[in-house]
Ligand binder design. Structure first.
Ligand SMILES: NC(=O)c1ccc[n+]([C@@H]2O[C@H](COP(=O)([O-])OP(=O)(O)OC[C@H]3O[C@@H](n4cnc5c(N)ncnc54)[C@H](OP(=O)(O)O)[C@@H]3O)[C@@H](O)[C@H]2O)c1
Length: 401
């Protein structure tokens, strides 16, 4: 679609967009700075003071408080959690990312998983030691003061009758998704009335939680309070958000978090975009275009050139960076797509809010053969012509050639 000139503009913009950024201050740098002479320490402290993070940010006219990690320097975190044992239950994608970040931040964290399951082995590979900071689930909950429930959402429901009696007064219950308590009618997760219940939900995979932390950056997360019995639940959620590796924290509610999350992943993040790709590709193929042409014009140019520009600089910048011809047509057709798709999004939001999506998830995850069923669906997607063509196109990228 783009002209040669605009392609050059795009390539240049992409190079700029992907240039490494100046490294920001991190807890790792804070750890290193802890061993420097006192005079340097003073300089570091004043920097922390000046860079204090809570900010009111104007998001398109909507003023919102945003919390950031400079609010919780490492010393403050260590002091705040000095009497706590963080028991991280489950070691999937989030368990791995959050657990290792907590450990690197120097907090007293233990992992609780099924003995000799896949997660147990993965935790051992990541350096957690059985009997020292790796336990079975019951033992970890017994030792923990803050119970971080990072089991799969279906497992949170399945294990709840067993786990609930162990969540005694004085403990805090933490989630990374509002799913279980919000949809308690389907999940059965009715939280005890006498404990704080909080949430920190990283906006990305646990792998990204870890890589961004290691790069000295931090993932965006939302945080929320479901139940505050101590009067400290809000600040505890902020502190934990920073401790697990968030850069910025946005306040929300459990309900809003789960509604937006389920909606987004079914819509523009995954389901909707996959549907758009398939529809566009099929029409191109039905009109005699080759698989490579249909794939390049549908997925490759989108993901390799245009979407990163939207991410870095916004939609107007991307429109401005393409040819007049492309821009005119795209602006005209965007209205038709919006009007056609809006009822679908309304139906989707309703399906999320009424718990229909939760019901479907629980039924699916409750099937004994759900791993096999999932693998079968993945195989079907892998074998679609569009994604087979994509595999060939990707193999020609400079880094793969
Ligand atoms: N993944 C993401 O991108 C993401 C992002 C934000 C928030 N979240 C939320 O974070 C939480 C954890 O998600 P995740 O993706 O990290 O984990 P996950 O892969 O969905 O769950 C993995 C953990 O659940 C355990 N598990 C599964 N069934 C079990 C059972 N019946 N009994 C005991 N343990 C069981 C597994 O242990 P075994 O190995 O022993 O089976 C494993 O440790 C969820 O609430 C999710 O919604 C996830």
């Amino acid at each position: 679609m783009a002209s040669a000139r605009s392609s050059r503009t795009l390539r240049l913009a992409l190079r700029q967009a992907s240039a490494p950024r100046v490294q920001q201050r991190t807890f790792i740098s804070a750890v290193n700075s802890a061993s420097r002479p006192a005079v340097k320490q003073a300089a570091v402290s004043s920097f922390v003071q000046q860079a204090r993070g809570v900010k009111t940010v104007d998001f398109a006219g909507d003023k919102e408080k945003v919390y950031e990690r400079d609010d919780w320097p490492r010393d403050k975190l260590l002091e705040y959690f000095k009497n706590d044992t963080l028991a991280l239950i489950g070691y999937g994608s989030q368990g791995h990312g959050q657990g290792l970040n907590l450990r690197d931040n120097g907090l007293n964290v233990i992992v609780g998983v099924r003995k000799n399951g896949a997660s147990w082995k993965e935790a051992e590979q990541d350096g957690w030691v059985a009997g020292t900071n790796l336990f079975d689930i019951d033992e970890a909950i017994g030792k923990g003061t803050i119970i971080m429930n990072l089991l799969s959402d279906a497992a949170q429901s399945e294990t709840w009758p067993h786990i609930k009696p162990m969540l005694t007064k004085g403990k805090t219950l933490y989630f990374s998704h509002g799913f279980s308590p919000v949809f308690k009618a389907q999940t059965g997760v009715e939280v005890p009335k006498d404990i704080d219940v909080i949430l920190v939900a990283p906006k990305g995979s646990g792998r990204t939680v870890r890589t961004l932390f290691r790069e000295g950056r931090g993932i965006n997360s939302s945080f929320a309070v479901f139940q505050d019995v101590t009067g400290k639940a809000d600040e505890k959620a902020q502190a934990l958000g920073v401790a697990i590796g968030s850069g910025y924290l946005y306040k929300t509610t459990f309900e809003k978090e789960v509604h937006s999350d389920l909606y987004g992943e079914r819509g523009c993040l995954m389901g909707g975009i996959h549907g758009m790709f398939l529809a566009q590709y099929e029409v191109l193929r039905e009109n005699g275009h080759s698989p490579s042409e249909a794939f390049n014009e549908t997925v490759e140019e989108a993901t390799q050139s245009l979407y990163p520009l939207i991410g870095q600089n916004g939609m107007d910048y991307m429109y401005a960076a393409c040819s007049t011809t492309a821009r005119r047509g795209a602006i005209d057709w965007s209205k038709k797509f919006k009007d056609t798709l809006k009822p679908v999004f309304e139906e989707l939001y309703d399906s999320v809010k009424t718990g229909k999506e939760t019901q479907r998830t629980m039924e699916y995850a409750g099937r004994k053969d759900y791993r096999e069923a999932f693998e079968k669906e993945m195989e079907e997607i892998r074998e679609m012509e569009i994604w087979r063509a994509g595999k060939a196109v990707r193999s020609l990228r400079p880094e793969n050639a």
